[in-house]
Design a protein around this ligand. Structure first.
Ligand SMILES: CC(C)(COP(=O)(O)OP(=O)(O)OC[C@H]1O[C@@H](n2cnc3c(N)ncnc32)[C@H](O)[C@@H]1OP(=O)(O)O)[C@@H](O)C(=O)NCCC(=O)NCCS
Length: 129
């Protein structure tokens, strides 16, 4: 799992990753073949403060670079959608950095029905230590 997360461009150690699964209302599932980890998807379920809805937020989706283009990303997304429906979520949302456009990540999401229509704008502020 650490190797997949490194491929996504983040660094975390196994203990901290394990702790994150315990500390936050999040879950992850993986795709395995012959004992090898081929991909994973992690999400949070977010109750909405201002409405009765719940959203699923996908926070990580990675397919091992040696196994891309085999339909595995789509399979992981379908499973997330199944879980979201089962948990009564009305929306699945995610952010994907602009630097992922050249690799085709945004085209992948668009092809799976995920839209970025400019109606929601992402704001962020880095906090000092
Ligand atoms: C994005 C990613 C998850 C896609 O997984 P994948 O297993 O390679 O994709 P799939 O084989 O399931 O492809 C599903 C569909 O998306 C399309 N697609 C996949 N990668 C694409 C790309 N780079 N550009 C355009 N379309 C793409 C496929 O053509 C396929 O279309 P189809 O359903 O019409 O046949 C994978 O490339 C990845 O892990 N990338 C690095 C990490 C990353 O960027 N994650 C997203 C972070 S927000």
């Amino acid at each position: 799992m650490i190797d997949l997360i490194n491929q996504l461009g983040y660094k975390i150690d196994a203990d901290k990753l394990h702790q994150n699964l315990i500390d936050y209302d999040s879950a992850a599932f993986v795709l395995e073949e012959d004992g090898k980890l081929l991909g994973c998807l992690a999400y949070h379920i977010l109750p909405q403060f201002h409405s009765e809805e719940k959203h699923m937020r996908i926070v990580s989706l990675i397919v091992d670079q040696k196994h891309r283009g085999r339909g595995l990303g789509k399979k992981l997304l379908r499973e997330a959608e199944r879980i979201a429906s089962e948990m009564g979520c009305s929306v699945i949302e995610l952010t994907s950095a602009a630097h992922r456009i050249p690799s085709g990540a945004h085209a992948f999401y668009a092809g799976q029905g995920y839209i970025s229509d400019g109606k929601k704008v992402y704001f962020r502020k880095e906090l000092d230590d």
